[in-house]
Write a protein that binds this ligand. Structure first.
Ligand SMILES: [Zn+2]
Length: 209
């Protein structure tokens, strides 16, 4: 289902469901505003909609989606920082209590990072994926002889850790984490096995949640 006509029909069904019931949560959200407790940084990939795979309703999640669910380091160079602006809104305005960086298996962005398939001189993707260069370098050093699937999975998970580290470079995130008001999580959706893994800092591994 993806043509505009099918999407309009989908909206009609959504409207009937959400507006026919006067007690629906959606009405409260309109009246009282949003107050999600969790911000998710997910990938643009059409298969990994955070609200869908985490079975959430409108108002539950503040979602930022970009190529390969990356968080850039805090910078102030006068550029257009879409992800950083959304983080600021979620943390400073909505005061979310959790940030989840939600990576996934078979990520096209990570595949591009590892294989270098785009023209570096004329690609927004190549420049964007440089955020995860530390993950790529780690994989090239530690898993040089491994097969491509192992490298891809390891790089997808390592990139989540890079993003968690970059989150801490924003002073208003670091401050809230240190004060216990905000908790950061690294999650990995294995689209192939239908599993959700979470990074355990104690073991240094992604473990089934
Ligand atoms: Zn992806």
């Amino acid at each position: 289902m993806s043509t505009p006509q099918q999407l309009i029909a989908g909206f009609q069904r959504f409207r009937e469901r959400s507006f026919a019931d006067v007690d629906a949560q959606f009405h409260d959200l309109v009246q009282f505003g949003q107050a999600p407790s969790t911000l998710v940084v997910g990938c643009c990939d059409s298969r990994v909609d955070p609200a869908l795979i985490l079975d959430c309703a409108p108002g539950d999640l503040f979602v930022i989606r970009n190529v390969a669910n990356l968080v850039p380091p805090a910078e102030n160079q006068g550029h257009y920082h879409g992800t950083s602006a959304a983080l600021e809104f979620g943390v400073r305005i909505l005061a979310v209590q959790h940030i989840i960086v939600l990576g996934h298996a078979h990520c096209g962005g990570i595949h591009t990072l590892l294989e270098g398939e785009v023209d570096k001189d004329d690609s927004f993707i190549a420049e964007w994926m440089k955020i995860a260069d530390a993950a790529r370098e780690h994989i090239e050093q530690e898993l040089a002889g491994a097969d491509s699937e192992v490298r891809q999975r390891a790089c997808e998970q390592k990139a989540i850790l890079v993003s968690l580290k970059n989150l801490m470079s924003f002073p208003w995130i670091r401050e809230r984490v240190e004060q216990g008001q905000l908790t950061l999580h690294g999650w990995y959706f294995d689209i192939e096995r239908g599993e959700l893994l979470g990074y355990n800092p104690t073991t240094g591994q992604f473990e089934t949640l």
